[in-house]
Design a binder for this molecule. Sequence first.
Ligand code: PRX
Length: 630
Amino acid sequence: MEKADLLLKVDEKYYPPQEIVEQAWIKDYESLYKQSIEDREGFYSKIAEELEWFQKWDKVLEWNYPYAKWFINGKTNITYNCIDRHVKNGKRNKVAFISIDEEGNEKKVTYGELLDLVSRLANGLKSLGIKKGDRVSIYMPNTVEAAIAMLACARIGAIHSVVFAGFSEGALKIRIDDAKAKAVITATYTKRRGKKIPLFPTVKEAIKDLDFVEKVILWDRDNELSEEYEEHNVVDFYKLIKNSSKDCPPEIQDAEDPLFILYTSGTTGKPKGVLHTTGGYMVNTYMTSKYVFDLKENDIYWCTADVGWITGHSYIVYGPLANGVTSIMMEGVPVYPHPGIWWEYVEKYGVNVFYTAPTAIRMLMRFGDEIPAKYDLSSLKVLGSVGEPINPEAWLWYYKNIGRGKAVIVDTWWQTETGAHMITTVPSYPAKPGKAGKPMFGIEVAVVDKQGNPMPPNQVGHLVIKNPWPSMLRTCWGEPERYEKYWNEIPGYYSAGDLAAIDEEGYIMVVGRADDVLSVAGHRIGTAEVESAIVENHAVTEAAVIGKPNEIKGESIKAFVILKEGYQPSEELKERIKDTVREVLGPIAVPDEIEFVDKLPKTRSGKIMRRLLKARELGLEIGDTSTLEE
Ligand code: PRX
């Protein structure tokens, strides 16, 4: 905990500029927070009333521990609130998305056009036999087409399951199979660093043995495929749009009807299908986008995440659209075609709110202050951070070189499971570098020991949430026991799986994961997932994976590998093992280091003690070894 102790000493406060406070939606966090806790249902109900419902709810919350229902009997459709509502209110010609590819080509889609495209695709999906409740996997580049695909599913009540396009065949297959998707929406390729990364061939391989997949809807980006590919149940994305009617009334969704499944890593090899439902998720992504980013009518907003992650779902698609702003979506990486590209676009489009991950900030820092200095970044007012703890050094760099001391930083802590921001400052009260801030409205958190007793201030313990909230996950797809585990680990509370500390002023610092989940470049990766990918290499009998602190990526992956009889350790074999992981899971999960060993430390019940491997690797105290087998 040395690093944590050091960070806890950082207690400097950065006050927001007066102009930001004066214009902020939330001027007095403390009093609204107090109100939101004293009358949680009243608070969320008022927010929900800002949106449109086909039928109003009779009751805000039904809490049947650990199962919650929000906005009971409320009927709505999230796409109606994200699109139709704005078109109806005079924003037909306002740009919803500016989607930029790696060459800098931009595609602007207005709210009116979005309504047209989403409705047509939704009708297209219906014509292919997809109906309410069916699952549709989406494996797409980070472009507006991905958002259109998600929204088209939501329009008809089909449950989307987006799979990050950086995952490879094995990871994709597990996710399509688990959700039993009836269709997959994909593209011929995505682009990274000027290179085309094929997607369609990966989908074809992944669904080879999955006969429940009836259709593939393909965005043929360069019109390079000949007509004949359509024979194999492949439908052209834009032809389907063109040939379908633009009149598609939104499906009347119950507040608790499923909206999407998003797979995320847990402590076992199999990812969990986190299920979010319609009403509560809509209300909370709307509220947090509005208050945390202080979104205003004319803001240009840019979240650099990929739609394949929860950040993309909540803060590229649903939250910003519910607020009716103009969003930028960019395909590619932060340093291509040059390491100033993000700042070039901030200047070009006059971005007001910018939301990214610490790993990207640390990477861009390395290129030097002169790069952002070349651009006019004076439009920025709120800078967000998400995905992993932001170290004070990166925080300060972001604050000085990007915000130029005139923008505030909101360090938002949340998870795939929480659906929306849970802990963060809001723009009107001071931030402390390295500390996320205070709980969002309606949210009560605590830092406790394993029995649930509160830790004294500044001491690290387990981060828990004490109450249900509207955008909480409702279950894990097909695995209710995994869902219940979140609420059973420390009885009475939702266990986030993170370690944190709270200071005397109530600012929360999130230190990192408490379990065997890694955070590599902000991506959540289970050690067990990587281990099972490694053992798919025929030379390997067993593997254990740990995370090591890494200056840029937060954590890097190290694997300890036991080879089968007859295989000799070699550098070449290490490379082949890495290739296996790349094929099974994707480039983000490839270990940086591999060490061949003869034995792995295990508990008497046979569980690998990764904690011991890590302590040895980092030269730390080994701690309690009473459960070690030998
Ligand atoms: O460990 C925390 C870290 O990311 C985890 C959630 O990962 P995922 O479900 O992939 O969602 C990431 C985007 C919301 C958390 O358990 N994490 C996320 N945000 C922060 C963070 N750690 C510290 N500070 C944050 N702001």
